[in-house]
Design a protein around this ligand. Sequence first.
Ligand code: MN
Length: 742
Amino acid sequence: MTRQYELVERVKSYEPDADEALLNRAYVYAMKAHGNQKRASGAPFFSHPLEVAAILAEMRLDDATIATALLHDTIEDTGATRSEIDALFGPEIGSLVEGLTKIKKLDLVTKKAEQAENFRKLLLAISSDIRVLLVKLADRLHNMRTLEHVKPAKRKAIAEETMDIYAPLAGRMGMQWLREELEEHAFRWLNPEAYAAVVDRLKMLRERNQGLIDEIETALTTKLEEAKVTAIVAGREKKPYAIWSKMERKQISLEQLSDIYAFRIVVAEVADCYRAVAVVHTTWHAVPGRFKDYISNPKQNDYQSIHTTIVGPRHQRAELQIRTETMHSVAEYGVAAHALYKDAANGSGPPKGVVPSQDSNAYRWLRHLVGMLLDGDNPEEFLEHTKLELFQDQVFCFTPKGRLIALPRGANPIDFAYAVHTDIGNTCVGAKINGRPMPLVTELRNGDEVEIVCSDAQLPPSAWQSLAVTGKARSAIRRATRDAVRAQYGKLGREILKRAFARRGKAFSEEGIVQSLGRLSQKTTEDVAAAVGRGELASVDVVRAVFPDEVPGETPKLRRKVKRNDEGWFGLGKVMGLKFRWPGSSGRVRQEDQSSIPIRGLRGDLPVSFAEGGAVPGDRIVGILSPGQGITIYPIHAEALKDFDEEPERWIDVTWDIDEDNPQRFPAAIAVTALNEPGSLAQVATVIGEADGNIDNIKMTNRVPDYTEMRIDLEVWDLKHLNDILAGLKAKEVVSSASRVI
Ligand code: MN
């Protein structure tokens, strides 16, 4: 625990004029006021305001802020009153402490209407003086650091509120370290499984990459020295939540997780930043698409830096942030850094304690929000506005009962359903957004109320895996479909076995199979059924194992394993250069000793056709099952797919499976607008012919005096071929436009 004199010394070290007596008075007053109160950990309660004050002293805040920190819980938790605080410490500190008292009563994770109202109060309380927010954030940080002592139910609510409200607020105020630490603590309690998995994986990578951080640091330092750029290079391993949220954003799995190292290059001048970039990019490969210049385009919270990712020594990816010292302070301390650097720039003597600047961007933003708040009279509308601004990378939606569900931007009702509960996701068949039935692929917007329509008999179609945005939804879909595959093979196998036993005049019984498990080298009857269903075990072998004396033949053995890909799917059919992947129960199953057994839900023998407009290799595709007709293949971006959103059971995962030695042509349709000139149609046909495209049909769709619009049905090898043809057409003078029809 920080001691009284240590705290005072620390404040005096950066603010020599600090009011020592004020700090001492606040210390003694708070200690007495909290008396014998204890924290959940059993520690004296006073240790809490003291640690909060210490956190703020680290941020070099002024004496009034430190005193406020010491006093922040006195009005709420002890007999202290506003007037007493005013009398002893002055009205400035009195109003700061009162602001904190107001916030303390707010429960931000609650029903929509109340939440809006509470959020409004929070903003009003913190906007009168930004120091209220800084003390609140430090208060929350200390509570998060000691959250393990709090009861689990309450713990979760606090972590949720931290993740949803306080961490984004810290980020919005430009205090990156604070945002990160709040998120890391909250993540650990909100998603313990994910946290443990990431920590495990990090540990493994750390063992594998021993000494790598030092090695990259040294390499960077040496290269920069050679180029005469003076820089401080510091490397670190990224934190679990930072890694996790990136995995969710970039849709990568834990196994693919490799770039976990981040390096900071801090230089003196802006020009040095760009020289450093040049050195780094000429020494190592830059990862495309990862270069961002926030120096010429600062973020809204005043953040400036250059970001890039390189493939560094030992072929490890490393993220770099390149910035000046001033930018570094702004990045770490945000609103609190401004005044400090303004003073330093004016050369006005030794640095003083920081009274946060009232004209930083972040502060202006807060003011703007409050302005809106005072003007408007609809708190819910206000909430939508505020949250939109505050959480730029998130959308906030609500269940019909008013529960808040925070999702990454771009999320759809599938993600929402899984965020509510895995069972809701697994049985989801449709969604109503703000009362209206909408497709499951609709991108959710802030404030949407989402009602998920469930059906018990439903299983998530595997195609959802590529539609879902959140990692939680995707992994749950994968799990559910994998379980479904297993169950369906089991069902199929049981059906086959019943028939196999019946053919030999024997009764099929679970007990009989249980007796023969050893002979069949299987663990459970379910395993036996599944092995038969997958074709790994012949049904006749099972009959023999159960009636060894009556059915002659050799001892049962496992037949070839059906090859599975890593997602647990089974490649079951190859038609027209397409590979189908669907959960079990498929096709006619041929057994050596019996003719094919038709099983309901046949898919393997179904005819396959392309939707109007076709699909060509290179397109992402999906199959739609039409009972009695077969499977129709659509490109994933086809408008027509919307019609099937309500019937997810008809979606089938398909991928291209092109045989390089036997290339095939695929149908596609294009729309061409050409000048009405003699020979223009011939020119169009020639371009297509010369590019090796087959024309199936040409239809004039519209004819105006000068132009003809036509639709051409083609056969092409693949997407590149189609694009080449379109490019060739556009190059012709008679063609005014050429595009694909989907
Ligand atoms: Mn507190």
